[in-house]
Design a protein around this ligand. Structure first.
Ligand SMILES: Nc1ncnc2c1ncn2[C@@H]1O[C@H](COP(=O)(O)OP(=O)(O)OP(=O)(O)O)[C@@H](O)[C@H]1O
Ligand SMILES: [Mg+2]
Length: 238
């Protein structure tokens, strides 16, 4: 059986600078896979390439068995790959509800959309309570919830989350991680980029450690969580 996402020897450059230097990994349907690693390792660059925002200089990406090489970004969404970007990128002057609806821009099944909006409110009640308010009035953590909710509105086969816990209080972070666990339990396939290695590895089926454009270590979430070099470098132990 082929994996839902197959990345093979992917290379990505900004001008002459190669930010991702040939990485390979897979995401099977139903799994949570995490990419962790230092600042500037190439995690965001990788996700932006998978969603078609950057063009790779080499390598292969297959989604559902199909090469993404010539597929433009908007069609990648329609194939079932959704991206909740680093820094959220919500539209602050639009209402929370309209931000959510943007995530469904490719759909025209009114009833299904209404059901999924309700589901986002069930996952994140604060979004429902404030649905008619401008999204810019939400706190950072609430905006993260909105970004996740919006990504889910396309009914993705693969949900990519770039640092969902960035800048959040410990309680907010726990809430976001609990929601990711809930989505996993429902069978959502997730590619999670996180600075919080402890939280990400605890949830993940598989993890990959990136350093300056390469994957330097791979394993199950639990193995990496207990790996000595990971503990030293990413979990603040000495
Ligand atoms: N638009 C750009 N132009 C030139 N270089 C860039 C650009 N965006 C990112 N880079 C560089 O590419 C490398 C990888 O960056 P990237 O944002 O993918 O890292 P990251 O792993 O997501 O880091 P962080 O954990 O800090 O978010 C870095 O050296 C970064 O400076
Ligand atoms: Mg990043």
């Amino acid at each position: 059986m082929t994996a839902l996402l197959e990345v093979e020897d992917l290379r990505i450059a900004y001008g002459k600078i190669e930010a991702v230097k040939g990485i390979s990994f897979k995401v099977e349907a139903g799994e949570v896979v995490t990419l962790i690693g230092t600042n500037g390792a190439g995690k965001t660059t990788t996700l932006r390439t998978l969603s078609g925002l950057l063009k790779p200089v080499g390598g292969q990406v297959k989604f559902n068995g199909k090469s993404l090489r010539k597929v433009p970004a908007h069609q990648i969404v329609s194939l079932g790959l959704a991206h909740s970007p680093e820094g959220r990128h919500i539209f602050p002057r639009m209402t929370i509800e309209d931000n959510l609806l943007l995530g469904a821009f490719l759909r025209n099944d009114k009833e299904g959309i209404a059901k999924d909006v309700q589901r986002a409110y069930d996952l994140f009640p604060i979004l429902g309570e404030r649905r008619k308010q401008a999204a810019g009035t939400l706190s950072g953590g609430e905006q993260q919830m909105l970004a996740m909710g919006r990504a889910l509105m396309s009914q993705p086969k693969l949900l990519m989350l770039d640092e969902p816990s960035m800048g959040l209080s410990p309680i907010m972070m726990q809430k976001i991680m609990a929601t990711i666990a809930e989505l996993k339990a429902e069978g959502t396939t997730i590619l999670l980029v996180e600075q919080n290695a402890q939280a990400a590895l605890s949830l993940a089926d598989h993890g990959h450690v990136m350093e300056i454009g390469k994957i330097v270590l791979s394993g199950s979430g639990q193995d990496l969580l207990h790996d000595e070099s990971v503990r030293k470098a990413y979990l603040g132990e000495d």
